[in-house]
Design a protein around this ligand. Structure first.
Ligand SMILES: C[S@@+](CC[C@H](N)C(=O)[O-])C[C@H]1O[C@@H](n2cnc3c(N)ncnc32)[C@H](O)[C@@H]1O
Length: 423
């Protein structure tokens, strides 16, 4: 990658410090890049994302060349400058002089880090000379997975699967799209299953063929499955709880359902409106807490808020800003939404509960607890035909469970259970 100068690196440093020191989500901070030239913004985004994706390994390389870690209260952003510099050298393959000079300039602008400029310079020169060799001898997958996640995944899935998950996180996720209808105009892409395709075209999404006309929307292959589990919803009333930005709302509306989309966040509800307007699809939007809504329908889909650990390929900041305590908090809120959604299902109807999390407490254990105390519901097991022939996506209990290494090129980690309410 070419050297695109200081503004991009300054922005990358501010964002990385926001993630690591203040635990601010990466996505929310990327708006800071809007003032940059397109090329600089692209470089800054790649630099931060790749630094986070490979952070454990980059940190381990740095430790080989430093006696001890730097304390932020003394060193300001020196650690982040070192991580970005190491990423430039070892992952983005920026020429050594450009990467080291940039790190020196960043240090000069930080009142605390400036005192560590000689150290930053010396360490990065060593990384440039010997870092590749050090990196090649490291267990990168393990190092770039924080302990809290490694421990959980090993316990939940076994050591081999935990490693496959961690390996999948080393690569960026492809972009999948869902077609509104058969024969819709779409960009260069390969068919995956049903209406889902995987982009092979590169560039800005909003300038691609068929986007402005609303012929398709971006949605991960795994994220498209929960709505499919509802079955034939043509002409049926469907309640879509926790709906923004509206991927599943659009799917359901495109299938011919009468959708009521419930979303708590007004700004995010606006995204559903924009998406529906672009795709010329219709749904009723209710801005409310799903726990307070009192409506009913024969079909209810809950895409519950969660830690989103199934989307780490797209959100490499997640492992570093979240922790085990977040799993418990998310699971508590989602269970309340599950109870509320269950009350909305008319007798004889279907409930699908989904989360984009790899954590069993947020998925499998929620449904186990729910079924044990709600005898008016029973599991309606997912069949191979429901998921386009992929038996490996179905658990022994009959739920959907995808993992990020499944499907050629990967897919988000999703859990979904389909339940039937007795008449
Ligand atoms: C995983 S996202 C949903 C993605 C969406 N279903 C789609 O397919 O595009 C979860 C959404 O739930 C919303 N949410 C969180 N708590 C909620 C609640 N109590 N009631 C309604 N919506 C909620 C969040 O604002 C967020 O937009």
């Amino acid at each position: 990658m070419k050297d695109t100068g200081l503004p991009a690196r300054k922005a990358a440093l501010a964002i990385l410090s926001g993630v690591l020191q203040k635990r601010r989500p990466l996505d929310a901070q990327l708006e800071q890049l809007s003032g940059l030239e397109v090329r600089d913004a692209g470089f800054a985004r790649a630099l931060v994302s790749q630094t986070l994706r490979h952070m454990g390994a980059l940190d381990a390389v740095l430790r080989k060349f430093m006696a001890k870690p730097l304390a932020p209260h003394k060193a300001g952003s020196a650690t982040e400058i070192l991580l970005l510099g190491t990423c430039e050298l070892l992952i983005l393959k920026v020429p050594a002089h450009a990467a080291v000079d940039a790190a020196n300039q960043l240090a000069t602008k930080d009142a605390k880090a400036v005192h560590f400029k000689p150290l930053i310079n010396a360490v990065l020169r060593k990384v440039a000379a010997q870092g590749e060799l050090v990196l090649s001898g490291l267990d990168r997958e393990r190092l770039s997975t924080p302990d809290w996640l490694w421990t959980r995944w090993s316990a939940q899935y076994g050591a081999g699967t935990a490693r496959q998950i961690a390996r999948a996180h080393q690569s960026e996720a492809p972009i999948d799209i869902v077609l509104k209808a058969e024969g819709a105009t779409h960009p260069q892409s390969a068919a995956l299953f049903g209406m889902v395709r995987r982009l092979s075209a590169e560039g800005r999404i909003d300038t691609m063929a068929g986007f402005a006309q609303g012929h398709w929307w971006v949605q991960d292959a795994a994220a498209s499955l929960p709505a499919t589990l509802l079955g034939d919803v043509r002409g049926q009333r469907v309640i879509d709880l926790c709906a923004a930005p509206g991927g599943k709302t659009m799917q359901l509306a495109a299938m011919g359902a009468q959708v009521t989309a419930v979303e708590i966040d007004a700004a995010r509800a606006e995204r559903i409106r924009e998406n529906l307007a672009r795709t010329r699809l219709e749904a009723e939007i209710v801005e409310a807490d799903a726990r307070d809504v009192e409506i009913t329908a024969p079909f209810v889909l809950i895409d519950a808020p969660c830690t989103a650990t199934g989307t780490i390929r797209r959100h490499p900041d997640l492992p570093w800003i979240k922790g085990a305590a977040d799993v418990t908090v998310s699971a508590g809120a989602a269970y309340e939404i599950l109870l509320s959604g269950a009350a909305m299902v008319e007798p004889g109807g279907i409930l699908v509960f989904a989360v984009c999390s790899l954590e069993r407490e947020e998925g499998e254990e929620q449904i186990a607890a729910f079924l044990s105390s709600n005898p008016d519901f029973a599991r309606l097991p997912v069949t191979k035909d429901d998921v386009f022939g992929h038996q490996d996506w179905i658990t022994p209990d009959g739920d959907l469970r995808t993992l990020p290494f499944m499907l050629d090129g990967g897919m988000d980690g999703f859990y979904a259970a389909r339940l039937h309410k007795h008449l």
